[in-house]
Design a protein. Sequence first.
Length: 153
Amino acid sequence: MNPVRLMIIALGALAAALFIVIPVTFARRLASDRSARKVRYHAGKALEALKDYTSDQKDEALSQAKATMDQLDENIDALQQKLYTMWSDMNQSSRDKLQSRLSTLSKERNQLAQWYGAMLQSSSEAWEDVKEGFMNSFKELRDSFQEAQREFG
């Protein structure tokens, strides 16, 4: 076969592959970015609403906090499942980093649960301090989740 023709065929195949691979990769990254923005938006709205609850509105605040925690738990679970499916394709360094991130998420989630428990038990005098502790803990967890999502998602 003519070497020029072979070169043209090879370049055509390469171009076709790039037209498929690049858009798919971009679409995945775009979906991950949208998901991170969605988490930040909903978490931000929930935190703003929680900030305004007084001790007299404790039941409403607890309901809002629980719903927000449940949504974040779903997002964390989905990210974990996605990452575990990629496990066999990861090198050891990536696996170590992933385990570290997941460990951080778990610790921060446990800390958030402790603050939620404190909100359940708090007196009206301690409400503002406990609520602030919950909100700060939630922000840390949300930020860690988004960082993990950007890095691995």
